[in-house]
Ligand binder design. Structure first.
Ligand SMILES: Nc1nc2c(ncn2[C@@H]2O[C@H](COP(=O)(O)OP(=O)(O)OP(=O)(O)O)[C@@H](O)[C@H]2O)c(=O)[nH]1
Length: 201
């Protein structure tokens, strides 16, 4: 299966304005950080191919504007997403509180009921903390999501966050089933196939 992209996954990054969504994306896709990261207007979109075990997965990562007035979110933004990263800022407690309404929005619009969610506390490099790690874990447990803390600035936890999310998506029944490729008679080991296959995703 080596070298073969066996799935394309749609992942959303959501949360309040300024928590570092675009910075997390930039760190992950370009290993870069911008102290003056522009705020997002509408929706930004990047892709990255990730090695997972013996195969490759293509991630289509959708970054949204946190500021209400720049949001152009429609149901199509949420449609068919297999994963969502919900970001708050560990130096701003209100951004964690606000994740409740982002979770509600996900419930309303997402089309995959078993979508994998991860709560991410970003900016842990900042000394002024308002949300302890334990508070973050408690919030994640309450909402049955994965949890990690990150710093887009130092890169701590960023790669791990995406990798854990992807692994969980692949493990989750009904979200991504490479077996459906075999059912269609595709041989993933056959170079001649030359398909960039998407799973049920
Ligand atoms: N210290 C520190 N600053 C960060 C970190 N992540 C982002 N920032 C800064 O926080 C500010 C906002 O970051 P963005 O990535 O634009 O935040 P956003 O959530 O995408 O904001 P919107 O586009 O308005 O939704 C920028 O000045 C970043 O440089 C981090 O991990 N640590």
């Amino acid at each position: 299966m080596s070298g073969e992209i066996f799935a394309t996954l749609k992942v959303l990054i959501i949360g309040e304005s300024g928590v570092g969504k675009s910075s997390i994306l930039l760190r992950y896709t370009d290993d870069d950080f911008d102290h003056d990261q522009n705020l997002t207007i509408g929706v930004d979109f990047k892709t990255k191919v990730v090695d997972i075990d013996d195969g490759k997965v293509k991630l289509a990562i959708w970054d949204t504007a946190g500021q209400e007035r720049f949001r152009t979110l429609t149901p199509s933004f949420y449609r068919d997403a297999q994963g969502a990263i919900l970001v708050y800022d560990t130096s701003n407690k209100n951004t964690l509180v606000k994740l409740e309404s982002w979770l509600n929005e996900l419930e309303i619009y997402n089309t995959k009921p078993n979508m994998v969610k991860m709560v991410v506390g970003n900016k842990i490099d900042k000394p002024e903390r308002e949300v302890s790690r334990d508070d973050g874990i408690r919030f994640a447990r309450k909402h049955r999501t994965l949890f990690l803390e990150t710093s887009a600035k130092t890169s701590e936890g960023v790669k791990q966050a995406f990798e854990e999310l992807v692994r969980k998506i692949i493990e989750t029944e009904g979200l991504c089933e490479p077996s459906t490729l075999y059912n269609r008679g595709l041989d993933l080991n056959n170079e001649d196939d030359g398909h960039q296959s998407t799973c049920s995703c």
